[in-house]
Ligand binder design. Structure first.
Ligand SMILES: O=C1NC(=O)NC(C(=O)O)N1
Length: 315
């Protein structure tokens, strides 16, 4: 039987699966359900310094044809505010599983204020700085502004003085992979990179009503699910190749053991589940783990180390 245990920054984990930030992690009851679930780790909703209502509804929709192809969302960072998630992080049982805390400050100062408070809290929560929310009207994604990303990483590194990670938007150009990786590699405290956030500003239209599916931003929102898997795998592998000192967390298009296996093969150490977790709930974790173990058994892999990052290319 395949061994699904793994490590993340020397932390032992029961398995490589976790939620994607924003899904099943906005309030304490959801966080407690994740803590009790079969997930190997978990992350809280990207928070802002103050609580936010987020964008008007409808702001999340699955995209269905003869089956569900994915999701579109423009939540707009609805969250209970940093202090709420810090309080949860202070009572989390870290022996049960690692907890990541995601922050997405509306300004550099807000990010630095949250980073300082998290540092002063002296808890083993892992910091994931979200550089890629596409849904706050009027705010562009820091991950697409390389100067702003450089400045933020410099400021967080000097303020936090401990290993942390970043949640990146998808990139679609080799020069952008190169430039983003070159910036990340200047910051040794950036210990992990989570690829990808949703593919921003897609537009899904209902043909019967001739109307957008979601309300905010004239229907423009972040795409998740099957649609984003090839882009997610490309970003995982691009940063795996370019940032050998850093750990990659894969996110995007995971709905079964197959996609989890592909993310690991492409170089991910952990694998996050978003859209499918939103639709299926935390019961997805044991299902995907069983499917992953079956694939490993079929292929004769005993541990994740036997195949992780060993994607073959055609000579
Ligand atoms: O970073 C984010 N990515 C998304 O796709 N949606 C959420 C949000 O809108 O809050 N944030």
């Amino acid at each position: 039987m395949a061994d699904l245990t793994t490590q993340f920054l020397e932390l032992p984990l029961k398995n490589p699966l976790m939620n994607a930030s924003g899904v099943w992690c906005s309030v304490a009851s959801q966080l407690e359900a994740l803590a009790e679930s079969a997930a190997g780790a978990m992350v809280s909703k990207s928070c802002t310094l103050q609580p936010r209502d987020g964008n008007p509804e409808p702001r999340y929709r699955v995209i269905n044809g003869e089956r569900t192809f994915g999701s579109i969302n423009s939540m707009g960072l609805p969250n209970e505010g940093f202090a709420y998630y810090l309080r949860y992080a202070q009572r989390h049982d870290y022996e049960q599983k690692p907890l990541f805390m995601s922050i997405s400050g509306l300004t550099l100062d807000d990010n630095l204020t949250m980073v300082d408070s998290l540092k002063d809290a002296v808890i083993p929560a892992l910091l994931e700085v979200n550089l890629s929310c596409p849904n706050v009207p009027g705010k562009s994604q820091i991950g697409y502004d390389f100067d702003a990303m450089d400045t933020l990483l410099a400021e967080v590194s000097s303020g936090y003085q401990r290993p942390f990670g970043v949640k990146l938007p998808p990139y679609f150009d080799m020069a952008h992979f190169d430039e983003a990786a070159e910036i990340l590699n200047r910051y040794p405290l950036v210990a992990f990179v989570t690829c990808i956030n949703s593919i921003g500003n897609a537009l899904v239209i209902d043909i019967d009503s001739e109307t957008t599916l979601i309300k905010p931003k004239d229907g423009f929102g972040g795409l998740g699910g099957d649609y984003v898997l090839p882009t997610a795998l490309a970003n995982v592998n691009a940063f795996y190749r370019r940032c050998p000192e850093k750990t990659i967390i894969g996110c995007g298009g995971v709905k079964s053991g197959t996609e989890a296996f592909l993310h690991l093969l492409a170089g991910a150490t952990l694998v996050q589940i978003g859209t499918s977790l939103y639709e299926e709930g935390p019961g997805i974790f044991p299902r995907v783990l069983d499917e992953l173990a079956a694939i490993m058994d079929d292929k004769g892999y005993k541990t994740i180390a036997d195949f992780r990052g060993k994607l073959k290319t055609i000579a």
